[in-house]
Design a binder for this molecule. Structure first.
Ligand code: NAP
Length: 234
C-alpha cells in the first residue's frame, strides 16, 4: 500500500519508518527541513522517499496525519484533495503549549478533521500510545500477546485499512466504534501521557484489554512498559 506521511516528527517519522519496514511504499512529508525527510527515507530502508505534502497525499491510498492541531489548516491546504483516501489521524486537538485539549466532550479533533475533509475516510488511530513505544512493539510483533491499540471511525473500508496498519506495527487492533468515540479516546490519551511522562516508569508505555474471566465479564486493562527484553504484561 502507498502511505503518505503528513508530519514527520515523533509520530510520523517512527510510524512511517515502521510502515516502510513492513513493506509499504512511504512518502515522508511536512517537516521544516528537506534534509530531515530525505534522511528518514534513507534510514527507513524500505520503499520510502521524501516529498511534498501534495506528493505524499496525491500518490497515496492512505495518509497518516501527524501534526500539531495548529498546523491542520496549513498541512491540509498543502496536501490538496483527500477525497476517497483513508486518512488515519493520530493528532490531538491540543493548545499551543500542549497542556489542554481545545476540543472535548461534544466533539473531538478527529470529528473536526472529518468535517474539514468530508469526502475522506477518516479514522482515529495510533494517538493513544506514546511514540516512544512503537519500535519496541514492532520488534516484539511475533510474540503471542500483543498490546492493544484503540481505533475508531465511521468508514468501514477506512477502518479495515487502519486495522491492517495497526497489526503491521505489532498491536492488536481494538475497534472502539464510530468516530465520535474519539471524544473519549482523546482524553484517554491525556491519561496515557500523564502515566508516560509524569510517572517514574517512563514513556515506553502500552496497554492491553483482556477479558478477566470467561463469559460476559467486564474487561480488564493492563498496562506495560517495554524493556530491552521485550514487552511483558503482569
Ligand atoms: N508524540 C507523541 O507521543 C504523541 C502521542 C499521541 C498523539 N500525538 C499527536 O500526534 C501529532 C504529532 O505529534 P508529534 O509528537 O509527532 O509532533 P512533532 O514531533 O512536533 O511533529 C510534527 C511535525 O510537523 C512538522 N512541522 C511543524 N511545523 C511545521 C511547519 N511550519 N512547516 C512544516 N512542517 C512543520 C514538524 O517539523 P520538524 O520535524 O522540522 O520539527 C514535524 O515533522 C500531534 O497532534 C500530537 O498531539 C503525539
Amino acid at each position: 500500500m502507498r502511505v503518505g506521511i503528513l508530519g514527520s516528527g515523533l509520530m510520523g517519522a517512527k510510524l512511517g519508518t515502521i510502515f516502510a519496514r513492513a513493506g509499504h511504499e512511504v512518502v515522508f512529508s511536512y517537516a521544516r527541513s528537506e534534509k530531515k525527510l530525505e534522511k528518514l527515507a534513507l534510514d527507513a530502508k524500505g520503499k520510502a522517499r521524501a516529498g511534498t505534502p501534495r506528493e505524499a497525499a496525491q500518490d497515496a491510498d492512505t495518509v497518516l496525519l501527524a501534526v500539531h492541531w495548529l498546523r491542520f489548516d496549513d498541512v491540509l491546504k498543502q496536501a490538496g484533495d483527500l477525497s476517497g483516501k483513508v486518512v488515519v489521524t493520530c493528532s490531538m486537538p491540543m493548545n499551543e503549549d500542549n497542556t489542554e485539549l481545545v476540543v472535548a466532550h461534544t466533539s473531538s479533533g478527529a470529528e473536526e478533521l472529518a468535517k474539514r475533509i468530508p469526502k475522506a475516510r477518516v479514522v482515529a488511530a495510533f494517538g493513544t500510545v506514546p511514540s516512544e513505544v512503537f519500535f519496541d512493539v514492532y520488534e516484539a510483533r511475533r510474540k503471542a500477546r500483543r498490546p492493544s491499540l484503540l481505533y475508531c471511525g465511521d468508514d468501514r473500508r477506512g477502518k479495515e485499512v487502519a486495522a491492517g496498519l495497526i497489526r503491521d506495527v505489532g498491536f492488536d487492533p481494538v475497534d472502539a466504534g464510530p468516530l465520535r468515540i474519539a471524544r473519549y479516546t482523546e482524553p484517554f490519551t491525556m491519561l496515557i501521557a500523564q502515566l508516560a511522562y509524569e510517572s517514574e516508569g517512563g514513556p515506553e508505555l502500552a496497554y492491553r484489554f483482556e477479558a478477566s474471566r470467561e463469559g460476559p465479564q467486564p474487561d480488564e486493562v493492563k498496562t506495560c512498559r517495554s524493556s530491552p527484553n521485550g514487552i511483558a504484561f503482569t
